[in-house]
Design a protein around this ligand. Sequence first.
Ligand code: CUA
Length: 357
Amino acid sequence: MGEETRGPVARGTIVQMVVIGSVASALGIALGLIIDWFPTQASKQADKIDTFWDVLLIVSVPVFVLVAIVVLYSVRTFRMKPGEELLDGPPIHGNTRLEIVWTAIPAVILVVLCGYAYAILHDIEKAPAAGNELKVQVYGQQFAWTFQYREGGKKVDTTRLYIPEGRSVKFEVHSKDVLHDFWIPAMRMKIDAVPGITTSYRITPTKTGSYPIVCAELCGLGHAFMRQTAYVLPPAKFDSWLKGKLNPAPAAAAGGGTQTAAVDGKALFTKGNANGATACGACHQLADAGTAGGVGPDLDKVLAGKDAAFIKESIVNPGKEIAAGYPANVMPPNYEQLLSPAELDALVQYVLKATQK
Ligand code: CUA
């Protein structure tokens, strides 16, 4: 005992480790490539980014397998056996050849991957040659996104993001308060919204449809609800939408009570609307609606005996009076934009009725 020398690892053992490692790497890579990691590709940029992901996966799996196999081998072979408690290992003075090898190989891998990544980034950040690019201003604010289109000195503000298929779109991203991150997973690109500076990226949508917008930077209690939808329209449809917004028809239909009857305040409370208004019940407790909430104040308590004007003010201007024990800026301040006047009215009437007991 203690006599055995720990000389070079036997050739047979190395062959065995190489075979196990190769098989494990092949299985790992196959599994990694089979798994469908991402949502549908909805932009020209998506394909290149997904290919890059696959390349990273192919390179990383063997590295992981190598490290895991050496660790497992060492744990098995060099573990302390009974009677060896006081034994010290042989003194080691380094191995220059080994150190050069294990520094050079990772360095080469990293330089090659960085070069490839740079080439892709350079490619997808290029401005379109035609110059027919649409610019959209994106504003992050706790806890919603708003968008602004500027054309010929006119501005269009909206809570719904519409973009045209097949045309390069440049998002100029701003923040009105804290850090957010503007991300449309189907388009793959994302960037931080940083207070005080404008960040940007461009994508070219390739598929009409609707795609989730996600805030990818923890920005407060409502971060998880900072989700909206991007709508990719055929170019002609997009142009007519934007033109209609830039030159709105005189509000001829205003004042007609036709829509009011159709709005269900309770449904708005429990489900929100398609325009991005999150359900009130997701954060607030209200017995009549059967919601548990937990994020915001219990409405049965804080709104008991309050009138319609107070309830409306609490919805459109939540920062004005904060219920005791709740932090400010938790509730999105843009419900007035997300709800139509008829919806806002129906919601106020519903909450009024539900809290008057
Ligand atoms: Cu905004 Cu997270």
